[in-house]
Ligand binder design. Structure first.
Ligand SMILES: [Zn+2]
Length: 161
């Protein structure tokens, strides 16, 4: 069975950056189960998997625009420490949920602390990076109607609810 829209696909994968450092991997755990065509995985990887089948192995390099986007300096802002009341101690690397310009939630990370200034960055940690996926297709099946309706896969490697 070939990978196409509305197939439930399980993959083993290792994600590395340009420097060859492992960022994420399914090794040692269950394969990742995703619903093809539903945007469950990043666009560039989904595109590369189209038409593949169980047992296929591929190496995919995904440019930032097909992954987590280019790094945007506009998403870096300087806030006053008083906006973080209730947080005992601010530290570089801490992450907070904030409402983004489009009204959606985004995660911002503290990049720098300077006196009362807190410099936050709303870019995805992998923004601006080319990603390298080493992928093996483990299985491909038809997704159930319920899975298609939910937009994700149920069971091992997928959603449990
Ligand atoms: Zn569901």
């Amino acid at each position: 069975m070939l990978i196409a829209a509305n197939k439930a696909v399980s993959i083993d994968y290792t994600l590395t950056n340009d420097a060859g450092e492992v960022i994420d991997s399914s090794a040692g755990g269950a394969p990742l189960a995703y619903l093809h065509g539903a945007g469950n995985i990043i666009g560039g990887l989904e595109k590369a998997l189209l038409g593949k089948q169980a047992g296929d192995e591929l190496d995919v390099a995904v440019e930032p625009e097909d992954a987590y986007g280019e790094y945007s300096a506009e998403l870096v802002a300087t806030l006053n420490r008083s906006m973080f009341e209730g947080v005992d101690e601010l530290e570089v690397g801490m992450q907070f949920h904030a409402s983004g310009p489009d009204g959606g939630m985004q995660i911002v990370t503290i990049r720098e602390l300077e006196g009362d200034d807190v410099i936050v960055d709303g870019n995805h940690p992998l923004a601006g990076q080319r990603l390298h996926f080493k992928v093996k297709v483990v299985s491909v099946r038809d997704a159930s109607e319920e899975e298609v309706a939910h937009g994700h896969i149920h069971g091992e490697g997928g959603h449990h609810h």
